[in-house]
Unconditional design. Structure first.
Length: 71
């Protein structure tokens, strides 16, 4: 519901901090695909622990102990 409210505001940046962590991988993929399809001009910053959440990302920055280890 919070994601839907955020999308209604037509943001230029959408930050998703573990927003799909409670979803199974199939539902997670559907939600992320829906978000990118509805608002293609929005930059989406996804913070996640699961690699599968980031599989469709254009750019990934990996942090370990607060430091960038891969970009």
């Amino acid at each position: 519901m919070a994601i839907a409210r955020a999308l209604l505001r037509k943001p230029s940046l959408l930050v998703l901090d573990e927003a799909t962590s409670s979803l199974d991988s199939e539902m997670e993929s559907a939600v992320l695909e829906l978000i990118t399809g509805l608002v293609p001009a929005v930059t989406v910053l996804v913070i996640a622990h699961r690699q599968s959440t980031l599989d469709a990302a254009h750019h990934v920055v990996r942090l370990e102990h607060g430091r960038v280890v891969a970009a």
